[in-house]
Design a binder for this molecule. Structure first.
Ligand code: NAP
Length: 264
């Protein structure tokens, strides 16, 4: 079938944080952004990831690939100065970053350590504030900031534990940032993705059982495809979503509406 549709992100520059490997949700988002005509900047965390992400950058014709550990203010400052050189302005930011120690995702939540709690909050929630504060001065034409969250923010999901609490904070950060940045026509939203097999997800004990459970009872009777998350990220970064801010958009085969799932 021959049909054409205008590219939704033509003329826009997007910064995508959180590509670690080809399973990363951020990699699917970056690929979809390029398909829709965006010019791309990728960031990675530390030397260990540099070669992989530079290869993705070359494949996706990224304007720049920049090192940025979001817990380090000097690296955020360096990101800003490199972006000032590379792009006149930024239109879209995707924050696809989270971390918690593996032991916090297998023992009871009650056993959460002080250090583990603070680490999860810093990397997974405060980093959105830090990234927004660093990059919004470059968003001179308004634009969109999108982060990734999960249902464990509002429901008890076994073993998600400290990450659920961090996602609750992240979602509140989305709303407060949307409030602050709205007058500048900068929109802030989160995508709440259904479970997807990535390196981060493998850190959660019994993750494959979660995948099976969702596919059995979600309205669409299947798991979430990362490409579906990426297409929603395209929408949120595009002018089609110009009226949407402070939202949590579920891309989860409908799982979040189910009360008592009875699989057949
Ligand atoms: P992933 O590929 O492991 O991505 C997580 C990314 O966070 C990695 O690129 C990781 O880099 C980065 N990161 C961690 N600490 C960082 C730091 N201090 N500075 C900069 N980057 C840092 O896993 P993913 O599943 O795609 O996760 C992306 C986002 O989606 C996360 O927010 C996650 O919570 C969310 N999410 C995932 C699912 C799921 O089921 N997979 C569902 C809903 C939401 P390194 O690998 O180099 O540390």
């Amino acid at each position: 079938m021959a049909f054409s549709m205008a590219q939704l992100l033509a003329g826009k520059t997007a910064v995508v944080l959180g590509v670690a490997n080809k399973w990363s949700i951020a990699y699917f988002i970056a690929s979809a952004f390029v398909r829709e005509g965006a010019s791309l900047v990728l960031t990675y965390q530390g030397e260990r990831q540099r070669q992989t992400v530079e290869e993705f950058g070359a494949e996706l014709k990224a304007a720049k690939v920049i090192n940025c550990d979001v817990t380090k203010q000097n690296e955020l400052d360096n990101l800003v100065s490199q972006l000032r050189d590379a792009a006149p302005s930024i239109d879209a930011v995707v924050h696809s970053i989270a971390f918690a120690n593996r032991e916090e995702l297998s023992r009871p939540f009650l056993e959460t350590s002080r250090e583990g709690y603070l680490l999860a909050q810093e990397v997974s929630a405060f980093s959105l504030v830090a990234v927004a504060r660093a990059l919004t001065p470059l968003m001179t034409n308004g634009g969109s900031i999108t982060t990734l969250t999960y249902l464990g923010s509002t429901r008890v999901v076994q073993n998600y534990n400290v990450m659920g609490v961090a996602k609750a904070a992240l979602e509140a950060c989305v709303r407060y940032l949307a409030g602050d940045l709205g007058p500048k026509q900068i929109r802030v939203n989160a995508i709440s993705a259904g479970p997807i097999k990535t390196v981060s997800a493998r850190g959660i004990k019994d993750f494959s059982k979660v995948l099976e459970g969702v596919a059995a009872i979600a309205p669409l009777r299947r798991n979430t495809d990362p490409a579906e998350v990426a297409d929603t990220a395209v929408f949120l970064a595009s002018d089609l979503a110009r009226g949407v801010t402070g939202n949590i958009v579920f891309v989860d085969s409908g799982f979040q509406i189910v009360g008592l799932g009875l699989s057949e």
